[in-house]
Design a protein. Structure first.
Length: 257
């Protein structure tokens, strides 16, 4: 079962088609480059290839599995390098909101979208983690991938920092099932104790667009294509996590109790 919204999905059938096409075109090219008629007749034909694939469909499955394993290994290696080189951006960007123990030894970084149902599902666990583990510091990376309303909510949340109520507003936005229109966002802001008029003015600051663009670039480098995504140290987990999942992530990153 999927636990995150993703930007990219590739149909499996296209991959199969690509493998078969590559295999067949390679054989076909070999045949074209052979000048001897007797050699030509001994080369596998398209029909022979088709018969072989029909008789041994497991070849396609094995090729897919090997290709997917190679792709995953390469992605994990790129991710590992990016996590090491991007620690400063992840942990110490002055425009990224922070909550929990601001001097905590454990930093949990979350990439999220306010309209993402999986992010909403994980939100209570993130809140609870900060209550049960005083070592935890949470860094919020706004990563709106579900359209303009998501970006509008992200700008509002970022702008709320100037009024000192980001965490409460952030949690209220994730708890809401309203459409993320400016009107609904400002209503949520008022209920959270924010000055809605001031927030509306602060949302217009172009620097928030720059913060979001920077987060998107960072997500690309880390191989994050969906929300939510959680990072502790050099460990990255895509998808919604419950409280136990977050604790396990912290443990895998090398932090004992």
């Amino acid at each position: 079962m999927s636990t995150s919204y993703s930007l990219t999905r590739f149909p499996r059938c296209l991959t199969v088609f690509g493998i078969v096409t590559l295999f067949m075109s390679g054989c076909s090219t070999t045949a074209k480059n052979t000048t001897s008629a007797s050699t030509l007749s001994s080369e596998p034909t398209d029909a022979a290839i088709e018969r072989y694939i029909r008789a041994h469909p497991e070849v396609i499955e094995q090729s897919l599995q090997e290709m997917e394993a190679k792709r995953e290994a390469e992605q994990k290696e790129r991710q590992k390098v990016a996590l090491k080189t991007k620690q400063d951006e992840l942990l110490h960007d002055p425009l990224s909101p922070v909550s929990g123990n601001l001097k905590g030894e454990i930093t949990v970084v979350e990439f999220y979208d306010y309209r993402c149902g999986f992010c909403k599902r994980a939100a209570p666990a993130v809140t609870e983690l900060q209550k049960v583990d005083p070592r935890v510091r949470v860094v919020y990376k706004d990563f709106p991938i579900l359209g303009e309303p998501s970006e509008l909510a992200a700008k509002a949340a970022l702008a709320s920092q100037s009024q000192g109520k980001h965490q409460a507003f952030h949690e209220a936005l994730l708890a809401s099932h309203a459409d993320m229109t400016k009107e609904s966002i400002l209503k949520i802001a008022e209920k959270t104790g924010l000055n809605a008029k001031r927030l509306e003015a602060d949302m217009a600051d172009p620097k928030w667009k720059g913060v979001i663009a920077k987060n998107r670039a960072l997500a690309r480098e880390l191989g994050i294509s969906g929300t939510p995504g959680f990072i502790v140290g050099n460990e990255l987990v895509p998808g919604a996590l419950d409280l136990n999942g977050l604790k396990e992530l912290i443990a895998r990153a090398g932090y004992g109790k």
